[in-house]
Design a protein around this ligand. Structure first.
Ligand SMILES: [Ca+2]
Ligand SMILES: [Ca+2]
Ligand SMILES: [Ca+2]
Length: 337
């Protein structure tokens, strides 16, 4: 009995001694691929969805060159994780934008996938003009990048992990040669697999594998989409003064400046996706005049829009500017001082 107690003490001591070393090499290894995850990448993988979201690691964590600087990154079946210690959490780990990279690697422009108008029962994303519905919407809502510390995943957390939809559901032939209904997002491809029982009837595509196997150029990495600020309810009324100018989030498009003498308005797309200005309204409040805008603003594009013939911007008086989207929601407000 005494001997047993001594053994227990020895065992306990050895555990105490072993713990610091274990913490430094807190590897988790997967016989399925023979690869391990460790440290911050392991923590991120485990906290933000694990296997169903990222898949198994398919290579070691290693340095890759991005814009001339070495960063630690690791490839997984469904995506790639990259360490950016210069960023604060959770953005110190960035996800590859493989949902945009993979179609591009196939010679397809994901921003030209057919768009749709708002459908009832679906979550419509005016930013990219796509609907997310049904089982895919449920699966999209089920996972997210945890950053608010609250139980469950907010839509901002869903967005930060998967990004915006880049397509509506569409039929594509996958690597097994069979057609599937899929929907592309910036960082994932959701696939309907009716042959599986729920929840495995919705799977995320193996984009990390596909990109690696196709031997494409190294993919660009962009930070997770910043949390979009919500737009206020529709308030457009024929270029009347808006009831709440302070509700304008100034994104995804902002009024950069208005030159009242030159009669020009400068707009910038501050989002990472193209924005179609069709149906939007740019207003001069004094006089309730509309300033013509239109076309598509590329991500981060700044564009100057000339005014209509004549004078709508009051040079000698205060004349605020309002930008509404096609739903009549106030997107940006420019205060004339
Ligand atoms: Ca949360
Ligand atoms: Ca005016
Ligand atoms: Ca003027």
């Amino acid at each position: 009995m005494k001997r047993c107690v001594i053994w227990l003490i020895v065992l306990a001591l050895s555990l105490v001694v072993a713990l610091p070393a274990f913490a430094q090499t807190d590897q988790r290894c997967f016989p399925e691929t023979g690869q391990c995850i460790v440290g911050r990448i392991r923590e991120f993988w485990e906290q933000n969805g694990g296997l169903p979201v990222f898949g198994f690691p398919t290579g070691p964590q290693q340095a890759i060159q991005i814009e001339g600087k070495p960063f630690q990154a690791q490839l997984f079946e469904r995506n790639r994780l990259e360490l950016h210690p210069e960023n604060s959490r959770p953005y110190d780990v960035l996800l590859g934008r493989l949902g945009a990279d993979r179609p591009a690697q196939q010679g397809r422009d994901p921003f030209t996938f057919p768009k749709s108008g708002q459908q009832s029962g679906c979550r419509y994303f005016p930013e990219t003009q796509h609907n997310v519905c049904g089982d895919i919407l449920n699966a999209w809502h089920a996972n997210g990048l945890e950053f608010d510390g609250k139980r469950g995943k907010s839509e901002a957390e869903n967005l930060a992990l998967f990004g915006l939809p880049l397509s509506d559901p569409q039929t594509e032939t996958l690597s097994d040669g069979k057609p599937y209904t899929v929907q592309w997002f910036e960082r994932a491809r959701f696939e309907l697999h009716p042959e599986n029982q729920p929840p495995y009837n919705i799977l995320l595509g193996l984009l990390g594998n596909e990109i690696r196997d196709a031997g494409g150029p190294p993919q660009t990495i962009v930070p997770p989409a910043p949390t979009p600020k919500p737009l206020p309810p529709p308030s457009y009324s024929a270029c009347q003064a808006d009831p709440d100018p302070s509700s304008a989030p100034n994104e995804p498009v902002r009024i950069v400046s208005i030159d009242k003498r030159q009669e020009t308005v400068t707009l910038q797309n501050v989002s990472g996706v193209p924005i179609d200005l069709t149906g939007w309204h740019m207003c001069s409040v004094k006089g309730n005049q509309e300033h013509p805008i239109g076309g598509v603003l590329a991500p981060n594009e700044t564009k100057i829009f000339p005014g209509p013939p004549g004078n709508i911007w009051a040079n000698g008086d205060l004349d605020d500017g309002e930008l509404y989207n096609s739903e009549g929601r106030l997107v940006s407000y420019w205060v004339d001082r």
